[in-house]
Design a protein around this ligand. Structure first.
Ligand code: URA
Length: 209
């Protein structure tokens, strides 16, 4: 699991523990997911290239560095990935955003795509694919395949909670993808929910159950 990074921070542990609590309502759940995403983004963007620029301070001319955030693309997997979008966008506001709608067939657990709208991905684009729960990994593998089909080369997966099964599936099919998560949980149950996890992230974000 050398491409798998858990972002360890007391604030992340604290916020995630509140999210896991079944009594935490959608407002707080959304706010916490947004806050944790900010912290994950800080870490997942650590190796972004910067461009040297000239800056004139009130005192003198100097050099500065800027991130080319027009070369960043974000792909939230609908629908739970939407809960992480604003967190990434607030740190890289000029990023392009693509959308991929995928649901799990309840019987086969395989991903079924129902929507796709991507920007152009250049060779030098850094692409962040978002999904809070990396469970079986099938949706994520599908998303990575689609992003690569559209020219995406540099891909980072960001999730809140990963299951070992999902990490293994993503890594075994993509040795060029980095994964950032706030936690690695025990395993999946027989319905492919993460244990202990936090339940269905989409339902908790959007109060659909
Ligand atoms: N998707 C979720 O929302 N929760 C899980 O535990 C697994 C997949």
């Amino acid at each position: 699991m050398n491409h798998f990074h858990i972002v360890k921070h007391p604030l992340i542990k604290h916020k995630l523990s509140i999210m896991r609590n079944k009594d935490t309502g959608p407002k707080e759940f959304r706010e916490l997911l947004n806050e944790i995403t900010l912290l994950l983004t800080y870490e997942a963007t650590r190796n972004l290239q910067t461009l040297e620029i000239d800056v004139e301070t009130p005192i003198e001319k100097t050099k500065g560095e800027v991130v080319e955030d027009k070369k960043i693309a974000i792909v939230p997997i609908l629908r739970a990935g939407l809960g992480m979008l604003d967190g990434v966008l607030s740190l890289v506001p000029n990023a392009s955003v693509g959308f991929l709608g995928v649901f799990r067939d309840p019987d086969t657990l395989k991903p079924i795509e129902y929507y796709e709208k991507f920007p152009e991905f250049g060779d030098d684009h850094q692409i962040f694919i978002l999904d809070p729960m990396l469970a079986t990994g099938h949706s994520m593998v599908h998303a990575i395949k689609e992003v690569k089909k559209h020219g995406g080369k540099n891909i980072i997966v960001m999730c809140l909670i990963a299951a070992p099964e999902g990490v293994k599936v993503v890594e075994s099919e993509n040795d060029d993808v980095e994964i950032y998560a706030a936690a690695l949980d025990k395993k999946l149950n027989d319905k492919a929910y993460i244990i202990p996890g936090l339940g269905d992230a989409g339902d908790r974000l959007f109060r659909t159950k």
